[in-house]
Design a protein around this ligand. Structure first.
Ligand code: ADP
Length: 274
C-alpha cells in the first residue's frame, strides 16, 4: 500500500480471485495501479494473465475480494469503457467490410445514443486516435487490407477513442514482425508521454523495456513479483545464479531465461541487461 489517497488509484484489488464457474484461477491478488503507471504483466502460459485481464473487464468471473476501478466497485461500475481493452487476438477478420475509421468509431458507440449521429467530439476523437497510432492516412481504407501490426494499431485507436482511464492490452506485440513491433512500441511511447496508464500482458518485455515502470509476475495463479524493472532484473539474475549452482526450483521463483518446466517467458523476455 502506498500513502496516496485511496481514491487516487485507477485500479485497486484486495484479496481478489478470478476464474470460471467453480474454479479460481488467479487467487488472492493484491494490486494497486496508480495514474500513469505502465505495468507489464508477465508469467508462463496458463498462469492466469488473460483470466485476470478479462476478469477486470467484467468479461468473466470475479469470484472474491475487492476490485475497485477509480474507487467504484467493479460490480457496480457505471461506465465500463473507462477500462480500455485491446484484445489479444484481433477480431478484424477478412470478412469485416469496414474502413479503418469506422472501426475506430466503434470506440465512441458507448457514448452515443442509438439514434444519434456522430458528434463533432466523436469525429475529433476518432481523428486524434488515428493520428496517435500513425494511421491517419489509412482512415478511409478497408481494414482488411492492413497488415496484422497495423490492425493491432487500429484496435488501440478504437480503445483510445473511448477516452479510457487505463488501457489494458493483451499481448500487443505478439505475432507481428520485428518492424511492426518497433512501430507498436513507438505508439506506446507516445501514450506514455501523454500519461496514459497501461496494464500490458506480454511475453516480449524486451520490446517494451524502455516504457515499463513496473513489473508484475503471475505464476500458478499467484502474484510472484511486483516491483520496478531494476529489481526484477536483479531478482532474475539472482535466480539464474542459484540455478547455475544447482539450486532447486521454488514455487515462487521467477521465470528465467533458462526456462521453467511450465514454459517460461523465453529468451526475449529479459530486460536486455548485458
Ligand atoms: P495465460 O493468459 O496466463 O496464458 P489463462 O488465463 O488463459 O492464462 O489461463 C489460465 C487457466 O485458466 C488455464 O488453466 C486455462 O485452462 C483456464 N481457462 C482459460 N479460459 C478458460 C475458460 N473459458 N473456461 C475455463 N477455464 C479456462
Amino acid at each position: 500500500m502506498t500513502s496516496a489517497a485511496p481514491d487516487s488509484a485507477i485500479l485497486q484489488l484486495q484479496g481478489a480471485s478470478f476464474g470460471y464457474a467453480d474454479r479460481a484461477v488467479v487467487k488472492d491478488l493484491d494490486l494497486r495501479v496508480e495514474p500513469s503507471e505502465v505495468i507489464a504483466v508477465l508469467g508462463p502460459n496458463g498462469s492466469g494473465k488473460s483470466t485476470l485481464v478479462r476478469g477486470l473487464l467484467g468479461l468473466n468471473g470475479h469470484l472474491e475480494g475487492t476490485v475497485r476501478v477509480l474507487g467504484e466497485d467493479l460490480a457496480h461500475l457505471k461506465d465500463r469503457y473507462r477500462l480500455g481493452y485491446v484484445p489479444q487476438r484481433h477480431t478484424l477478420s477478412a470478412s469485416v467490410r469496414a474502413t479503418v475509421e469506422e472501426i475506430v468509431a466503434i470506440g465512441r458507440l458507448p457514448h452515443q445514443s442509438w439514434f444519434a449521429r456522430r458528434s463533432a467530439l466523436d469525429d475529433q476523437l476518432v481523428r486524434e486516435s488515428l493520428e496517435l497510432v500513425g494511421l491517419s492516412d489509412r482512415a478511409r481504407e478497408d481494414v482488411s487490407t492492413l497488415s496484422g501490426g497495423q490492425q493491432r494499431r487500429v484496435l488501440i485507436a478504437r480503445a483510445l477513442a473511448a477516452q479510457p482511464r487505463v488501457l489494458i492490452m493483451d499481448e500487443p506485440t505478439a505475432g507481428v514482425d520485428e518492424a511492426s513491433q518497433i512501430v507498436l512500441a513507438d505508439v506506446l511511447h507516445r501514450l506514455v508521454e501523454r500519461g496514459t496508464t497501461m496494464l500490458i500482458v506480454t511475453h516480449e518485455l524486451a520490446a517494451l523495456r524502455d516504457l515499463v515502470t513496473r513489473i508484475v509476475v503471475i505464476s500458478g495463479g499467484r502474484l510472484r513479483f511486483d516491483g520496478d524493472p531494476t529489481s526484477y532484473a536483479e531478482r532474475r539474475a539472482a535466480d539464474e545464479i542459484a540455478h547455475a549452482h544447482g539450486g532447486h526450483h521454488h514455487d515462487d521463483e521467477l521465470p528465467t531465461r533458462r526456462g521453467t518446466p511450465t514454459g517460461a517467458l523465453g529468451p526475449v523476455d529479459h530486460l536486455g541487461a548485458s
